[in-house]
Structures are given as structure tokens and as C-alpha cells.
Design a protein around this ligand. Structure first.
Ligand code: SF4
Length: 80
């Protein structure tokens, strides 16, 4: 039986109430998080495939590195 590649995708979500806007997440996951002119994150809106191991690792770094615990990874049924 063939092993199926990981299906679906993920997006990062930020809680704007918790976020302090110092932009640490951008340093940890620049391919997923941009920052606006005030330092608040602009999260990539389209899902990233779960099979993109490097992006998923970056997202996990960002979640663990967020000092306000304002980030989480949300799985999506599809990737773009
Ligand atoms: S690391 Fe966390 S608190 Fe800091 S800007 Fe990113 S989401 Fe906001």
C-alpha cells in the first residue's frame, strides 16, 4: 500500500487582543508572517500544505516563541 502524502494545510492565527505587536513571530517565520508599519503581524491568509515541513516547523517556532501566546496553528482541509 502506498503512503499518502499529508493532506490538507494549515494557517497561523493570531489573537489580536493578546498580541503586543513587537513582531517576534516575523523573525521566526518570515515566510508566513509579515509585519505592518506598527509592528503587528500580517498573517499569510492562504493555507500552506502540511507537506511543507519547513514552513510547518517555522510556524511551530513562531507559536512557541510568541511571548504572549497569541499564535496558534489551525489545520485546514485543503491547501491552496
Ligand atoms: S510574537 Fe506574538 S505577541 Fe509578538 S507580534 Fe507576533 S503574535 Fe504578536
Amino acid at each position: 500500500m502506498a503512503i499518502k502524502p499529508k493532506a490538507g494545510g494549515f494557517v497561523l492565527r493570531v489573537d489580536p487582543i493578546l498580541c503586543d505587536g513587537f513582531g517576534h513571530c516575523h523573525e521566526l517565520a518570515p515566510e508566513l508572517v509579515q509585519i505592518d508599519e506598527w509592528g503587528y503581524p500580517i498573517i499569510k491568509g492562504t493555507p500552506t500544505p502540511l507537506s511543507d515541513a519547513d514552513a510547518l516547523e517555522s510556524a511551530r517556532f513562531a507559536v512557541r516563541g510568541c511571548p504572549r501566546q497569541a499564535l496558534r496553528i489551525e489545520r485546514t482541509p485543503t491547501s491552496n
